[in-house]
Structure formats: C-alpha cells, structure tokens
Write a protein that binds this ligand. Structure first.
Ligand code: DX5
Ligand code: ZN
Length: 223
C-alpha cells in the first residue's frame, strides 16, 4: 500500500560501496552530487561476519567535509565504541536493538556527547521491539537486508515495518527520522519514502554509478 507521505527524503550514500583506494575523491564525488549525509558502516566481526569502516577512516574523511556523519554500528557491545566514534567526528550513532548492551544505557551514552542517537533493527526482528524507544531516539533504522554486506536485494516486507513505525511516531513532538538501509535503488527508494522513510541509505546504487547526481535526484523524487 502506498502512503500519502510527501516529505522529501535525505540521501545518505553508504561508503561501504566506495572505492577505498580513492576514498577522498569518492567523498568529494558524492558530496558534489548532492549527498545530505554520509553513512559509515562500523562492524566488529562478531555481531556480523564481516569488518567495516574503522574510526581511523571516519577521522580521515572528517578532514575532507562538513557533511553530517551518520554512523551505523553493527557491533555486539556498542558502549565500548561510542567515545572513539564521537572523537572521530560522528554526528549520529545508530546501534542495533539486537546487540548485548542495554538500549537506554547506549542511548544515554550517545546523547551525553550532544550527538544524535539511532536504533536499528535487523530484518528478522519485529518492529514491536523498538516501539518503546521511539520518543527517546533521533532515528530508527529498519534494515532492508541482513546487516554486514552491501550489494544485497531489498526485502519488500521492510515497507510494512516503515509504515507501522511511521504511524507510531505521529503523536511524538520531535519524531525520529525513519531511515532505510540495504538494497535501496532509484526504484525502491521513493516507494520507501512514500511509506514514511525520511532518510534513504544507498551504497551500491550511488557509488557504482557514473552519474551519482542523477541517482540521488531519482531517489529524492516522490511522485
Ligand atoms: C549493510 C550496510 C549498508 C550497506 C548498504 O550492513 O548497513 O549500509 O552498505 O549497501 P547497498 O546499498 O549496496 O545495499
Ligand atoms: Zn548501514
């Protein structure tokens, strides 16, 4: 079902799909193409069977641009990494509800640094798990692929989760952004936005394109 939502979504290229040999140029390329945020995937090799971007890389990119840094941590113990990620230049840290640390403790630890706190949920997790936290966070991220790897296909059931969360936040004074991450293409992105997504994260679709500005424009366009 399409939603009546008409908010233009913010676009967050995911650096996991960038050419790491030319990371500075890659950042300049997507910022010039109109990126609203930059999305960094941090992994610990335990919560997910992969490694991602480290605080060292975030620090290096921070020296290149003032764009807002949206840092998504797929780690078992988020509390261990907050200080290092804040020092590296994060503007927002999103951790997983399935991680081992107590969610309110992590939210408080992030907010203590005066940056935004987000809560992500993996595809198999019910959105009921995050509903109690919606008034205390700045962003909720229903993942549309299994976390850990780029280049996977969008799981259509995510649209129902986005819609349900969108309905739940209507009565909140400062509602969180709803972000969607994984398999977001110029075709599915606007549909997700119609269901209530306000941030579209896209790695492969943006970085593997010769014309990232065209991809970003299409992602932003809601009919
Ligand atoms: C997956 C990451 C995503 C990933 C998206 O665990 O959280 O941010 O980079 O990549 P694409 O857009 O290629 O699915
Ligand atoms: Zn991500």
């Amino acid at each position: 079902m399409k939603h009546s939502n008409k908010v233009t979504p913010k676009i967050a290229p995911s650096l996991l799909a960038a050419d790491f040999c030319r990371i500075g140029e890659e950042v300049e390329r997507v910022v010039a193409a109109g990126a609203d945020l930059l999305h960094f995937d941090v992994m610990d090799g335990e919560f997910v069977p992969n490694f991602g971007i480290s605080p060292l890389m975030i620090t290096a990119v921070r020296s290149k641009t003032d764009v807002h840094f949206d840092v998504h941590i797929m780690v078992t113990h988020p509390l261990r990494y907050i200080d290092a990620l804040v020092d590296a230049g994060s503007d927002m840290i999103t951790f997983h509800i399935e991680s081992d640390d107590e969610p309110y403790a992590v939210i408080s630890a992030i907010k203590a640094h005066n940056i935004k706190a987000g809560l992500a949920l993996s595809p198999k997790t019910s959105c009921n798990e995050v509903l109690p936290f919606l008034s205390d966070i700045d962003l909720v991220l229903p993942m549309s692929v299994e976390p850990g790897f780029g280049g996977q296909s969008f799981i259509p059931k995510t649209l129902e989760k986005i819609e349900k969360i969108h309905q739940q936040i209507q009565d909140i004074d400062n509602p969180p952004d709803i972000s969607v991450d994984g398999g977001v293409t110029p075709e599915i992105g606007p549909v997700a936005a119609q269901h209530g997504a306000t941030i579209l994260v896209a790695g492969t679709a943006i970085f593997r394109s010769e014309q990232p500005n065209v991809v970003i424009e299409k992602l932003r366009t809601i009919e």
